[in-house]
Design a protein around this ligand. Structure first.
Ligand code: ADP
Ligand code: ZN
Ligand code: MG
Length: 493
């Protein structure tokens, strides 16, 4: 591994240590308006368009909780098997920075929304349960723009559109043992939040963000080492790379007889390193205290039950069901259930009559590849599920070859036209299978002894009649030349 070369630590030494990782994930809740005001949450609007006295923290304004945000956060809690607290409370987290106009962030602290959940990751063919410590709600801060302006060397601009966007923070137990496990956890969590429609989890737009806490300890050691917290990990790849770097850095420090400082570090994409941001000595004292302007959040058992009853099928359950109900492999089930849209698409193709395994092969072999190439996200945007089923039906019945089928699929994807239309237009529906044509010709010969006699007596004109009959029986789909030849041959025999 190139990392090893860079850190200069031998694989033997690395193998003597074990990493311990816990993730803090922030997901933007899918609401139309902000958490404490009615400003829009739309992404990509002109800077400072979606602001009002409340989210700008002007004196004399009061926050009002967005009920939909609470509902979504409860849904996320339940999907993760966490215990929703009957009563939770917002708190003020005080710090001074221009991205926070009020001078504090409204978050939850000693009374979070939910505690004690878990999710399962599949790793090396095994399932591992990762504990979730707690889920809480908070508002996002504004976005400080340090670069890209003529006076960026002197000034920082601030876009308050993000300020007050509802977030849920999901804190894991330190149960993860490698960068790959951390990645698997984040992937599973993202899939769950997307399935239940709680967040769109768009990492590029910042609606899913992750901070990683990591420490190392000699393998077999009972207690955890001192951790550092790595921020700014906005992709799966960076998460894994930053953790790999940080783990080796810590091992390097320990191997040289040093000690790890508890600190916050920033992943620097340009250098591929983590760099110290602030250490605990200079750490903020956030001076948390209960938010006096908001009532405690009360969630009745009835409301919780209502939210639970409306919970869609979760990805893990759906994967299991696919394997059982459709007989696809676990691997295939995982691919097909990657998004709820794709899983729905697969089920629609099967419902329209395609055998499940064949549908799975066409979706994985033809559809996914083309979607990826074209940069299209919605599985049904180009080819409707019914059309895949129609095409599969043609190939399965042998009325077109598998090769033609792929050709037709490519055309369907390009043009959005239906399978039958393309098959007809390209003459692919022709029956060129000799045995099939022979079977039909024999049938007609048996049915028409008088005309056979006429032909054999020298009336060549009857040939046309026979060809016509075959074409009719095959609804015009037989290859005419082949029909002609077959009729001649069999009448002669
Ligand atoms: P802090 O008080 O610094 O906020 P917490 O105990 O609240 O620390 O934990 C924050 C995150 O760090 C959690 O995701 C937790 O799983 C993780 N964590 C805690 N201790 C360790 C450790 N020794 N090594 C790695 N991760 C840890
Ligand atoms: Zn506002
Ligand atoms: Mg903490």
């Amino acid at each position: 591994m190139s990392r090893t070369a860079e850190s200069g630590i031998s694989p033997d030494v690395l193998a003597r240590y074990e990493a311990v990782i816990g993730l803090e994930v922030h997901a933007q809740l899918k609401t139309a308006s902000k958490i404490f005001c009615s400003c829009s949450t739309r992404f990509g609007d002109a800077p400072n368009k979606n602001v009002c006295p409340i989210c700008l923290g002007l004196p004399g304004t009061l926050p009002v909780i967005n009920r939909r945000a609470v509902e979504l956060a409860v849904r996320a809690s339940l999907a993760l098997g966490a215990e929703v607290q009957r009563r939770s409370r917002f708190a003020r987290k005080n710090y001074f920075y221009p991205d926070l106009p009020k001078g504090y962030q409204i978050s939850m602290y000693e009374l979070p929304l939910a505690t004690g959940g878990h999710l399962e990751i599949e790793f090396d063919g095994q399932t591992k349960r990762i504990g979730i410590t707690r889920l809480h709600m908070e508002e996002d801060a504004a976005k400080a723009l340090h670069e890209g302006f003529p006076d960026s060397d002197r000034a920082t601009y601030v876009d308050y559109n993000r300020c007050g966007i509802p977030l849920v923070e999901i804190v894991s137990e330190p149960d993860l043992r490698s960068p790959a496990e951390a990645q698997a956890y984040l992937e599973e969590l993202k899939q769950i939040l997307e399935y239940i429609d709680v967040s769109d989890c768009n990492m590029e737009e910042g609606s899913l963000r992750c901070d990683a806490n990591v420490s190392v300890r000699p393998r077999g050691d009972g207690k955890f080492g001192t951790k550092s917290e790595v921020k700014n990990l906005n992709s799966f790849r960076y998460l894994a790379r930053a953790l790999e770097y940080e783990i080796e850095r810590q091992i390097g420090v320990l191997e040289q007889g040093g000690t790890i400082t508890q600190e916050t570090r920033l992943w620097n994409l340009a250098t591929g390193r983590t760099e110290p941001m602030r250490s605990k000595e200079h750490a903020h004292d956030y001076r948390y205290f209960p938010e006096p302007d908001l009532l405690p959040v009360e969630i009745s058992r009835a409301w919780e039950q209502e939210i639970l009853a409306a919970m869609p099928e979760l990805p893990a359950a759906r994967r299991l069901r696919f394997a059982e109900q459709y007989g696809v492999t676990h691997y295939d089930a995982r691919v097909l259930c990657a998004t709820r849209e794709l899983a729905d698409y697969f089920e629609a193709v099967v419902k329209a009559g395609a055998p499940a395994k064949t549908a799975s092969n066409w979706i994985q072999g033809e559809l996914l590849r083309r979607l990826k190439e074209a940069g299209v996200e919605k599985p049904g945007e180009r080819v409707a599920p019914g059309e895949v089923a129609a095409l599969v039906g043609r190939v399965e019945s042998g009325s077109i070859t598998a090769a033609s089928g792929k050709q037709v699929f490519a055309r369907m994807f390009e043009t959005g036209e239906g399978a039958e239309k393309i098959i007809a237009a390209e003459g692919l529906g022709q029956i060129s299978d000799t045995t099939e044509i022979e079977r039909v010709v024999r049938e007609i010969i048996e049915r028409e002894p008088a005309n056979v006699a006429k032909y054999r007596a020298g009336n060549e004109g009857v040939l046309k009649f026979f060809v016509g009959q075959v074409m009719r029986a095959t609804r015009g789909q037989a290859n005419p030349q082949l029909v002609n030849d077959t009729v001649k041959r069999l009448l002669a025999g």
